[in-house]
Ligand binder design. Structure first.
Ligand code: CP
Ligand code: NVA
Length: 325
């Protein structure tokens, strides 16, 4: 059996640098495609035959690297890991040159960078789709998997309440953007001066005004979590900010997801974390390991969401080489 021929979503050749590079309708359709591929993986076994994805990573990764590599291989394509840890992508030659060269050999780039502007530069210069595999600003692939996880558990997204407790970081930004697009109410509680970027918050509020999603930024975790369907946290110190970790441990102490805090959410609430997790810091081990924790489902859904993304961006694409243009 063949996969549904050439997806008609119109995503071929597009980038996913920021969550809003997908429209709300496209994000929603992508989740439906992810669920379909998850249900019938065999139908997509050669969907991306002959396609190559280059992974350019300036930072460590377990989930993102493995899920992109497995996604490409299980769709019949392949991936190449280019290790930029310990150097930056633009160090040896300009970022634009890296992008333009890669466009002659491979069909897409997934980049994990320190500076968000590096992913933007790749996207501006590459003739092929560029996927943000986490930058300091956003983590859009994570948010897609998280939305899929919420939809799996509650059977819908519209009207759910997601409470994010901790650092107003890249993951929080993507949850604000993706959540507001899909009608999820998002409350973010951070210590003062660790709030999400006001520009992202305003963007999410504007999107939410259309989708019906309410966006709140607070400094009180208990208020944020009250009545939530899902409580989400992430590390207090993101990759690249390690020298702040001592200070952050002190400032974030009241923002740990404890059993007591989690009990403020709905009785059927789930716990989410993008992982890696630090037990005893941002989350108590008992919450992370409880039967309400869906963190491994989130990790699994990275694979399904990214398979859908890759298929939608790449199927029907002509080879990148000049001779085939
Ligand atoms: N959640 C996530 O992106 O994990 P990795 O850093 O292991 O890729
Ligand atoms: N906010 C974390 C997410 C890791 C997946 C970081 O950037 O390190």
């Amino acid at each position: 059996m063949k996969p549904k021929k050439s997806p008609s979503l119109g995503l071929a050749g597009r980038n996913l640098v920021l969550d809003t590079d997908l429209s709300p309708a496209e994000a929603s359709s992508l989740l439906a495609v992810a669920a379909r591929i998850r249900k019938q993986p065999a139908r997509y076994r050669s969907a991306l035959s002959g396609r190559f994805l280059a992974l350019l990573f300036e930072k460590p990764s377990l989930r993102t690297r493995v899920t992109f590599e497995v996604a490409m291989k299980s769709l019949g394509g392949d991936s190449l890991f280019l290790d930029f840890r310990g150097e930056s992508i633009g160090q040896r030659e300009p970022v634009a040159d890296v992008a333009r060269n890669l466009g002659r050999w491979v069909h897409a780039i997934a980049a994990r960078t320190f500076r968000h502007s590096t992913v933007e530069q790749l996207a501006a210069s590459a003739s092929i789709p560029v996927i943000n595999a986490l930058s300091d600003r956003v983590h859009p692939c994570q948010a897609l998997a998280d939305m899929l996880t919420l939809q799996d558990v509650f059977g819908r997204l519209k009207g759910l309440h997601l409470a994010y407790v901790g650092d107003g970081n890249n993951v929080a930004h993507s949850l604000l953007l993706a959540g507001s697009q899909l009608g999820v109410h998002v409350s973010v509680a951070t210590p003062p001066s660790y709030e999400p970027d006001p520009e992202i918050v305003s963007k999410a509020q504007a999107i939410g005004a259309r989708s019906g999603s309410k966006i709140r930024v607070l400094n009180d975790p208990k208020i944020a979590v009250a009545g939530a369907h899902a409580v989400y946290t992430d590390v207090w110190t993101s990759m690249g900010s390690e020298k702040e970790s001592e200070v952050r441990r002190r400032k974030f102490a009241a923002f740990r997801v404890t059993r007591k805090l989690f009990a403020e959410a709905r009785k059927d609430a789930i716990f989410l974390h993008c992982l890696p997790a630090h037990r005893g810091e941002e989350v108590e081990a008992e919450v992370l390991e409880s039967d309400r924790s869906r963190v491994l489902d989130q990790a699994e859904n990275r694979l399904h969401a990214q398979k859908a993304l890759l298929w939608l961006l790449l199927s029907g694409r002509t080879p990148a080489t000049r001779s085939a243009r």
